[in-house]
Write a protein that binds this ligand. Sequence first.
Ligand code: PLP
Ligand SMILES: N[C@@H](CCOP(=O)(O)O)C(=O)O
Length: 462
Amino acid sequence: MKYVSTRGQAPVLSFEEAMLTGLARDGGLYLPDTIPTLTPEEIAAFEGQSYEEVAFRVMRPFIGDSFTDGEFREIIARAYAGFGHAARAPLVELAPGHFLLELFHGPTLAFKDFAMQLIGQLFEVALKRRGERVTIVGATSGDTGSAAIEAFRGLENVDVFILFPHGRVSEVQRRQMTTPADANVHALALEGDFDDCQARLKDMFNDFDFRDGVKLAGVNSINWARVLAQVVYYFTSAVALGAPHRKVSFTVPTGNFGDIFAGFIAKQMGLPIDRLVVATNQNDILHRCLSGQGYFKGETIPSISPSMDIQVSSNFERALYYAYDRDSGAVAQLMEELKSGGFTVSQGALQALNETFSSGRVSEEETLATIQATLASSGELLCPHSAVGVKVAEETRVAGTPMITLATAHPAKFPDAVEKASGIRPPLPPRMADLYDRSERVTRIANDLAAIEDHIKGHIAR
Ligand SMILES: Cc1ncc(COP(=O)(O)O)c(C=O)c1O
Ligand SMILES: N[C@@H](CCOP(=O)(O)O)C(=O)O
């Protein structure tokens, strides 16, 4: 299995190389050269299997010879052993035909754990075998950072630096990043918003002296392995509702487009998905774009669903690559135009996107009202991101096709918004009940590439 860049000018890599590389050297994102497919019989056979078994069967064709079957099975087993629910990703019925896929039973209470716990183990095995050490730098609006720190803390061959927007993450998210005492993990509070964090991260990848000097690696969803791990729960949930014998749709609270792009891959692999619905908060660049208004950056407005406060949605580049019929030159040109504000999507590409993706936008008031209404109607307490998804799903779902909304975080990660909406302050699970008592370790840093690079060079283990 070979991996190619969306911009067509970077070396073709194996799965392991693409995973350890992160961003392609031409600034693009890696994708498999061909997407393996599963037959309806193979998909039907997932019924009744454990999450780990389905994970193995779905991801194995993408791994090539990077890991043996035995290694890969052990890695998967270790990755999900610490989850707080036997099903890993349980499905609950919110209303007839509308289901919630709970993705928040991992160690940091967000869907990021599904991929991050896996790639922590994959990095560990690959780096030990190669005798290499890497420096992971991540950008986060709150959840990727905490999941990465949890997955990589204490591992021998990695230093981890996480850039988060100062003052724009919830207290639980911040504390999950700043309280681990392990010497190899570092939380950096950047003066800016998430888009600044992600832009500086990409600048670091494009600064080849720095990149090669510190052996830079990335664990944001620019990393293909992150997307791949998220494909699995589309299969487990759809099969639980009757796939491949009937179609299902998904609504996905969306920011960086990684999670919903995993759904797109599941569909390409043969899972009968009808619609993939993008749900955005007031930072609605994706909704505007899919509605035909072009992809133009606005100002990021802080919201009560802060993990989705994103304007430049990294993985949309991957969707554009397919919408433009794998024309890497066209993608490179669009990304060049994005540097000066945005671009218009061609009619053909927009039509291709609309064949699979729908979208909706949810205001702050509607988010609060959805938390309240869902609690009253089903007893389910939603986090604000999941509420954005549920609201859009209610507006777009059609009779006869089950709708699965992804619940991307635990309500206890966002207690202020949840309490405001419902009057209930959700408690943290017992294993992290002392989070507010632990001491924090964090460095405030300017939104300045040189300052960030100097800090990292000064703090990596020699
Ligand atoms: C809780 C939560 N919901 C939704 C999202 C959006 O997911 P994606 O960036 O994959 O679109 C994020 C951030 O990624 C998140 O942390
Ligand atoms: N919402 C994310 C933003 C980064 O997304 P990623 O999937 O590209 O890592 C976060 O919580 O950090």
